[in-house]
Design a protein around this ligand. Structure first.
Ligand code: CA
Ligand code: CA
Ligand code: CA
Length: 1016
């Protein structure tokens, strides 16, 4: 007679359309709330806040104040710590979410830390020394408080690298500042030393393959006392030469004294004549060599490289000063290499150089003489250059002069400095009681120096001590640019780490003051703390090895750390933070790369840029870069930037118009996009981006007086606004598949996260509605209804394909669902199908921003908060939103949600600014950035009045027009404006709730000045 009542649709079974979200949680989305702090030891260990400058490596700060990770030595590896973790009986690599499943924990690579010394006792400033520690993260700054009843002082730490919006240079220093405030909490005067120590880590990775000396020295001047760590090449070794010992020549057809595991090493050394021709001459000695490519099973290069294995020697006695060998193959650190193990630990490692031809390598093992060692030849890499070749291993005493020391990727300098001129307790070698000013050791030995200060504190008294740690490793060979030496921008500005600390020392007040001013401006807001924390946190991606700036000044980035090269257009276009906070960074990529070396003759922008060119274009990336050009123009003070790039922006648009064909405003044919495939048919996702790009070009063409092109873009966009409605299914927007391409993947009638992404972008740059706003709001509602899951666990049990950026217990917005069925069964045959089951925060942020812009606060904030909760430090590192590898650049879309919440619009060359706060417009306050200055906006409004103010904290703000929104029903008739006591004449125009104030002439609001507006 009736039923079944439950849905038969597999998606609707697993995705509740009524989310039944906890009312307390829902309230917390919009409430200002409290500053989130962490004090649980396990949470403190999960934290890794990037605290170095932009484009200078990754230096983490843990929740208890340890500096860790130290990815500053140009290792150029995939992820913060390349590894696999086991999950659901599968090995999950970094790019598939290893650090999401098992967050990395601080592990010291070398000796470094800060401590207090009291009565001869060393108490580290971390959880080993203090019982009670509280961490508060306000990227770019961390505040940590140390307290322990058994210790007569309490300590506070403020850690940051200078971060000053609009000042990219000063925000890109290879350094971090650690400022400690020590308070005597006892009733007696205490004498306490505050000490920082630093091991000389120059050539820490390659020292075993080099001969030379490490040197520490103490430098003092009027601004600082610094410990400087350096290395220099020398070839001498002590003692006499004994005869060489040939340990292994690999001339037999079996490995004999070696144990082979895995598949890639086969049964024994291969005859060089049997190595495939395409590998070239490997230049081994004798007839046979180890070569994990040629011995691996498989029919082609890819299959053979996919195989892995290890070859482990029997233990042997180390009885000479050097182990020499021939080595070739992949350059993957720790993955295609030969390792020397002593006491089970890898003490030295040597990779190939992405070349099959072998060359000489060596380990300097003088300090291990007499001990037992094991050699391990490793092929753990399954991708390109996933192989290793080795031959002719010899133990020898012959001194090896390594003239290449200066070329090593980890050759450079480090410095630890006290940033003022007071007395210090510096020592170049802490093992030497005499506090030497200079100390040196061999490259294989440990050398630790320190810098500190003695404080005499009366009861209740406090004192501040400011340290800086700086580094300078100029030899960056970019794996993403064919291992070419591209260097670092910072190395062009500073000669050494000492130079960096000197710059910090003489500019500390300004750099620290402006950084603090920004943080205070950011948090002096009515927006919820969690929202401010989360939308800013991803800006830290600029301060990780996802992002580089070459010595020639060019900005270049991975998608996530070490994974997917070339500042990918279709990934980076989601990022909104750099374009608003550091517009120079994005202008750099637009001008030098996208509309520069990446551009093809036909106007296509290659989606991945290498050193001198790029590969094929992607449709979404192409549109996104045109939209970026408009944002970068808006964030400029005049139209000089746009005028320079306009001819190529126009060519890029013409390229898109060609893919439209009949110029009906709908792109046809193969549409390559960010889900790593070409989709076919009518696709609202790509059509909306095309419309947004057309509107952006219409606006830019108008700005450069290219009226014909503006008209052309407008006409196509007008048609497209109608045409896109063909993809409307009555509730949301879909893909109408191309019957000629039924084999291709796509979303068909699915509810896809990016279905109206073009509109989200258009809102970011104030282009208004591109097409039917009501239908778009319906689409966003459908997205929330059909794709938001309060717990992805049950869904992922059933839909197990996909990577792990959200797991059981986590909420998230799924990429694509088919609540109305109709999924083309062919989709499942494509590997890219897995994407649809995942939660990827960059996409989620894009959708959340759009919802917030449209006033769907509950939905948009729930999505943002779900991401925030996934990255709670109790679970994992709050600063590492992961997609395909760590610190994934797309997640910088989060800043777009902040733009949405304040309803910010800006056009520098026109002198226009506007705010339409979506949260608490009756009383709203937030930071803003513009072309030349930043500050704070505030408004209060009711039915009769709107009062607003803009206060400039840094730089200046040039204005001609201001757009604001009055309360519904309010019909204002007059407006006044003043800066201090000076009245600024304004004219008022009203369009529904939108008020535009126009000044007679441009005004400039200087730093410290406030523009006050009253509309009634
Ligand atoms: Ca041989
Ligand atoms: Ca391999
Ligand atoms: Ca068309």
């Amino acid at each position: 007679m009736a039923g079944p009542f439950e849905s038969e649709n597999e998606y609707l079974k697993l995705i509740p359309t009524d989310k039944k979200l906890d009312p307390v949680w829902m309230r917390s989305l919009v409430e200002r709330g409290k500053k989130e702090t962490y004090s649980d030891p396990s949470a403190l260990r999960h934290i890794g806040m990037p605290v170095g400058g932009f484009f200078a490596g990754t230096l983490y700060l843990s929740g208890d104040g340890r500096l860790w990770l130290w990815d500053i030595f140009n290792r150029d590896q995939e992820g913060i710590n390349p590894r696999n973790v086991q999950y659901k009986a599968q090995a999950v690599p970094t790019r598939h979410g290893a650090n999401y499943l098992e967050p990395a924990a601080p592990k010291p690579r070398f000796a470094q830390g800060f401590s207090i010394r009291l009565g001869g006792k060393d108490i580290p400033l971390n959880s080993d020394g203090f019982k009670n520690i509280t961490f508060r993260g306000e990227y770019p700054r961390a505040l940590i408080a140390y307290h322990d009843e058994s210790i007569p002082v309490a300590v506070k730490l403020e850690a940051f690298s200078p971060f000053i919006p609009l000042n990219t240079e000063d925000s890109s220093l290879p350094a971090t500042i650690m400022q400690y405030t020590v308070k005597n909490t006892s009733r007696k005067t205490v004498s306490v030393d505050l000490v920082g120590h630093l091991q000389n880590a120059v050539c820490l990775d390659t020292g075993m393959n080099s001969t030379g000396l490490r040197r520490n020295r103490v430098v003092r001047n009027e601004n600082l006392s610094a410990l400087v760590c350096e290395a220099k090449p020398v070839g001498e070794t002590k003692g006499q030469e004994r005869p060489d010992i040939l340990y292994e020549d690999f001339e037999k057809d079996v490995y004999e004294q070696w144990t082979a595991e895995g598949e890639s090493f086969g049964k024994g050394p291969i005859l060089m004549k049997d190595i495939p021709d395409y590998q070239g001459h490997v230049r081994g000695k004798g007839k046979r060599v180890v070569n994990s490519h040629s011995t691996a099973p498989g029919g082609d290069v890819r299959e053979k490289d996919q195989k892995t294995g290890t070859l482990t020697s029997k233990p042997f006695k180390i009885e000479r000063k050097f182990i020499t060998f021939l080595i070739g193959g992949g350059a993957h650190q720790g993955r295609t290499c030969m390792n020397l193990l002593v006491d089970g630990k890898v003490v030295a490692s040597h990779t190939g150089k992405n070349h099959n031809q072998m060359g000489p390598g060596f380990f300097h093992v003088e300090k291990f003489e007499g001990q037992s060692g094991v050699l391990q030849i490793v092929d753990k890499e399954s991708g390109g250059w996933g192989n290793i070749g080795v031959d002719q291993i010899v133990f020898t005493d012959k001194p090896i002069v390594n003239t290449k020391l200066l070329d090593q990727r980890d050759f450079g300098t480090m410095a630890l400095a006290l940033l003022d001129s007071g007395d210090d307790t510096a020592s170049a070698n802490r093992a030497d009681d005499g506090k030497p000013k200079v100390a040196q050791t061999g490259l294989t030995d440990e050398l630790v120096g320190e810098v500190g200060r003695r404080l005499q504190l009366k009861p209740g008294e406090t004192e501040k001590v400011t340290f800086a740690i700086a580094w300078h490793f100029p030899n960056f060979y970019a794996r993403g640019c064919r291992n070419q030496l591209v260097g670092h921008h910072y190395a062009g500005r500073f000669a050494s780490a000492l130079d960096v600390t000197k710059y910090l020392g003489s500019n500390l007040e300004r750099l620290a003051g402006e950084t603090r001013a920004w943080v205070e401006t950011w948090y002096d807001s009515t927006l919820p703390y969690w929202f401010l924390d989360r939308t800013m946190a991803n800006t830290s991606i600029l301060a990780t090895t996802t992002c580089y700036r070459f010595k020639n000044g060019r900005v270049w980035a991975w998608e996530g750390i070490g994974c997917c090269a070339g500042t990918c257009t279709h990934v980076w276009q989601y990022a909104q933070a750099p374009g608003r906070l550091f517009p120079e960074v994005e202008r750099n990529v637009r001008e030098r790369v996208d509309f520069g070396l990446s551009m093809h003759a036909d106007g296509g922008i290659g989606m991945r840029a290498h050193l001198t060119g790029s590969n094929h274009p992607a449709h979404d990336g192409q549109c996104g870069r045109i939209l970026g050009a408009y944002r970068e123009h808006q964030m400029s003070k005049d139209d000089a930037f746009l005028k320079r790039i306009w001819p190529n922006v126009k060519r890029a648009m013409e390229y898109m118009i060609k893919t439209d064909g009949n110029e009906d405003g709908m792109v046809e044919g193969a549409q390559a996009n960010t889900l790593d495939a070409a989709w076919f048919g009518k696709i609202s996702f790509l059509a909306s981006l095309y419309l947004a790009a057309l509107r952006a070009c219409e606006a830019m063409a108008t700005d450069v007086d290219d009226a014909d092109f503006a008209e052309r873009c407008k006409a196509i966009a007008d048609r497209g606004a109608e045409k896109i409605l063909e993809t409307w299914n009555g509730e949301y927007f879909i893909q109408i598949e191309d019957p000629a391409h039924k084999e291709a993947i796509g979303t068909g009638p699915g509810c896809y996260i990016d279905q109206v992404y073009g509109q989200s972008w258009a809102h970011q740059v104030g282009l208004g509605h591109l097409f039917d706003p009501e239908k778009q709001r319906s689409a966003l509602n459908a997205l929330y209804k059909y794709n938001f899951v309060p717990d992805v666990g049950p869904f992922r049990e059933a839909f197990s394909k996909g990577r792990w950026y959200a797991v059981a217990g986590d909420a998230g917005l799924l990429m694509c669902t088919w609540p109305k069925g109709g999924q083309n069964p062919k989709f499942k045959h494509h590997w890219q199908y897995m994407y649809f089951n995942e939660c990827m925060s960059g996409f989620e942020w894009q959708a959340a921003s759009h919802m917030i812009m449209e006033g769907m606060l509950k939905e948009g904030l729930a999505i943002g908060r779900a991401i925030h909760d996934r990255y709670n430090a109790a679970l994992r590192n709050p600063y590492n939103e992961i997609e395909c590898s760590d610190h994934y650049s797309r997640s910088m879309a989060s800043y777009g949600s902040f733009i949405a919440a304040s309803g910010f619009e800006y056009h520098g060359p026109k002198g226009h600014i506007g705010f339409q706060p979506r949260l608490s417009p009756e009383n709203f306050r937030s930071a803003f950035t513009s072309a030349e200055g930043w500050g704070r906006f505030a408004q209060k409004r009711n039915k009769n009045q709107l009062k607003a103010e803009m206060e400039v904290q840094w730089g200046s703000l040039n204005l001609k027009t201001i757009a604001l929104e009055v309360e519904k029903g309010h019909q204002p008739h007059k407006a006044s404006a003043q800066i201090g006591s000076k009245t600024v004449p304004v004219k008022l125009a009203l369009d529904d709730q939108r008020v535009t104030l126009t000044m007679d002439a441009n005004i400039t609001i200087a730093k410290g000045e406030k523009l006050e507006l009253e509309i009634s």
